[in-house]
Design a protein around this ligand. Structure first.
Ligand code: F1P
Length: 337
């Protein structure tokens, strides 16, 4: 997890040499609906990539778990012309992803494969983006952030957003000192026992909140849930007591409203962590642990900077429980059936 900035730098170097235009040829977002598809972490990545595409290209993009494509094709893909699926899989070997590739091929739908070590998936299409990420853990961390950056790079390149591309290049150097500063604080925080964990985020930070909750579940065998921040008042807050932890991933654009939710949960007894870009006095008061990114970068380029804390927290809670966070209970590196 701490090595991610170096991995991102290597991936960005590769992306700068990649012919992004060729990968998207004839399927440019202006006249094609991009649909990002994955399972587990790769599904949350698909959601974050779809949000990034919509915001950077101004064209609607969406995300699907691969299982929906397989079990409810007519609902998830009613029209097969004018769509461009992007199949995402670190391993490239997950059963649902390979089956989805087969379905698309049978229907004559061209697709892009995004993978790290997945030769099986890569062999199923002529359009492949393969990143140099070698990850030994069952749990996806640097593969998630690197593949997300790659999709943001692709969207920015296709949309001609050179400022955003430059911002991505600055991310590794921006996150490196933050990991050093806040990692030890999270390690200490993780020693507190929690019965329930809820992760909150809105907009493009909602898939990031989902992924943070999944990291906590996988790496520490604790149950964690995720919600749109303001939705948390509409029922889920009934779980809150002094054994609950609420993590707020707070966007600058809605900081006041989201901080208020976190502060209400603190008043109800929950422990709180806030990840913010610019800290306000309200955020300081609402958070037991405040992580401030303090960046002038475009908000969307900071998605990876919001997710690393959940990766660390999950690992540190797992270690505090005497578990091996790299090898979650009941989970295999690749889900096949
Ligand atoms: C997807 C996935 C991961 C999970 C575990 C098993 O993998 O479900 O989300 O953490 O590693 O596989 P992939 O299709 O991206 O290889």
């Amino acid at each position: 997890i701490y090595a991610q900035p170096a991995v991102w730098t290597e991936c960005l170097q590769l992306l700068h040499t990649c012919d992004i235009g060729a990968l998207a040829k004839g399927r440019e977002p202006e006249h094609t609906e991009w649909i990002f598809i994955g399972c587990g972490t790769s599904y949350y990545l698909a959601q974050a990539a779809a949000a990034s595409f919509t915001l950077l290209t101004g064209r609607e993009a969406r995300a699907l778990p691969a299982s929906e494509l397989l079990l409810h094709l007519e609902l998830s893909l009613p029209v097969t012309s004018g769509v461009f699926p992007v199949l995402i899989s670190r391993s490239g070997y997950t059963s649902e992803i390979l089956a989805a590739a087969e379905v698309l091929t049978k229907k004559g739908v061209e697709f892009l494969a995004l993978t790290c070590d997945g030769n099986e998936l890569a062999e199923s299409t002529g359009r492949v983006l393969q990143l140099p990420v070698k990850e030994e853990s069952t749990v996806m961390t640097s593969s998630f952030t690197s593949m997300l950056m790659a999709m943001q790079f692709m969207a920015a390149k296709l949309a001609g957003k050179t400022d955003f591309l430059a911002a991505l290049d600055r991310i590794p150097a921006a996150v490196e000192p933050l990991l050093k500063k806040y990692g030890p604080q999270l390690e200490l925080f993780a020693k507190r026992p929690f019965a329930d964990v809820a992760v909150l985020g809105q907009g493009a930070l909602y898939p990031i909140a989902s992924e943070v909750a999944l990291k906590v579940m996988e790496s520490s065998s604790s149950y964690a849930q995720f919600f749109h921040t303001l939705e948390f008042r509409h029922g889920p807050k009934s779980i809150i007591d002094d054994r609950a932890l609420v993590i707020g991933l707070i966007a600058d654009s809605s900081a006041a409203q989201e901080t208020k939710v976190l502060s209400e949960m603190k008043e109800l007894g929950a422990s709180t962590i806030a990840v913010v870009n610019r800290a306000t006095p309200e955020a300081h008061a609402a958070a037991d642990l405040l992580i401030e990114l303090d960046s002038r970068q475009p908000a969307l380029s900071l998605l990876v900077a919001y997710v690393v804390w959940g990766q660390l927290l999950g690992s540190y809670v797992g270690l505090a429980k005497g578990l091996n966070p790299d090898e979650p209970l009941n989970l295999t590196r690749v889900v096949t059936f």
